[in-house]
Design a protein around this ligand. Structure first.
Ligand SMILES: Nc1ncnc2c1ncn2[C@@H]1O[C@H](COP(=O)(O)OP(=O)(O)OP(=O)(O)O)[C@@H](O)[C@H]1O
Ligand SMILES: [Mg+2]
Length: 270
């Protein structure tokens, strides 16, 4: 099937010295679950301060890849460096320190059902900072306000709509003022206006606070709006990476098929 398409080779994303790279280096990550290989020698660079959008079809391993970056999953082989430090070598305490630099918006928001939104958002703060209840609440409400959820602090997750839960998850991701934010489908399930407000927030966090963002999304208008660069995951590998202009101009058949939403092409239909 693929033979009829002119598919360029996988780009070389290796750096000479990952211990000296300002950002994140994912080098040769492979991961299987049982007999199913999800990632196979995936290489990716994330430069400090950029917004990198990861695209790829459902089930290709985008969420799995994100989880490796904060060691919520361990690779079968391959290594990851964050600001020159190899994360697989970190002791528990070092890993905890590293995770404080990261905010993670999980694909399903991952809120705790029994805690109100204020407690959910402030969870990391309560764990890591010796703050009064009042100060915790103030910061949680500030973040809720940034995502347009004023007044939701005392509600339980079950009382929120899907889109509101997603935004509460986003408030939780930014509460610690992270240097890196991993967004897994930040605009999926949101109405277009709210989705665009979230895009503006992602851009604002980058511009004003210098946040480095990795965004997994299928929402192509959002991807083009927020990305500095895009990378495409297919069959376990990053098969393409480039700037937004390069994505627009590329004739890589997989990228073209994806961004045009075409059922015909090397990625197949199902
Ligand atoms: N903890 C796990 N245990 C077993 N299999 C898993 C686990 N996590 C992910 N998988 C499998 O890995 C594959 C990739 O999953 P992943 O969630 O990363 O896909 P995705 O690219 O994020 O898809 P989507 O766009 O639908 O979110 C799937 O086949 C999934 O079933
Ligand atoms: Mg996913």
């Amino acid at each position: 099937m693929e033979a009829q398409y002119n598919i360029p080779p996988v780009p070389d994303q290796k750096v000479a010295d990952p211990t000296n790279f300002d950002g994140i280096v994912v080098e040769g990550i492979s991961k299987s679950f049982g007999s199913k290989q999800v990632l196979e020698d995936a290489n990716l660079l994330i430069h400090k301060g950029e917004t990198l959008v990861i695209i790829g079809r459902s089930g290709e391993g985008k969420s799995v890849l994100l989880k490796h970056i904060v060691r919520l999953l361990e690779p079968d082989c391959g290594r990851i460096w964050v600001e020159g430090q190899e994360i697989s070598q970190m002791e528990k305490r070092e890993l905890m320190e590293l995770r404080k630099k990261f905010g993670f918006l999980f694909q399903g928001a991952a809120l705790f059902d029994s805690m109100n939104i204020c407690k959910n958002v402030g969870l990391m703060l309560a764990e890591h900072m010796n703050w009064s209840e009042e100060r915790l609440r103030e910061r949680a409400c500030e973040c809720l306000s940034m995502v347009g959820l004023d007044g939701a602090a005392d509600k339980l997750p079950s009382e929120l709509s899907g889109g509101m839960k997603k935004r509460a998850g986003l408030a939780r991701a930014i509460v610690m003022e992270p240097e890196y934010i991993l967004y897994d489908e930040p605009t999926t399930g949101l109405d277009p206006i709210t989705g665009d407000a979230i895009n503006d927030l992602i851009i604002k966090l980058q511009k004003e606070l210098g946040v480095t963002s990795i965004v997994v999304t299928h929402d192509m208008p959002s991807a083009f709006k927020i990305a500095d660069r895009m990378a495409m995951l297919s069959r376990g590998k990053i098969v393409f990476s480039g700037t937004v202009d390069e994505v627009r101009q590329t004739d890589h058949p997989m990228v073209r098929q994806f961004i045009e939403g075409n059922s015909q092409g090397p990625l197949g239909a199902f």
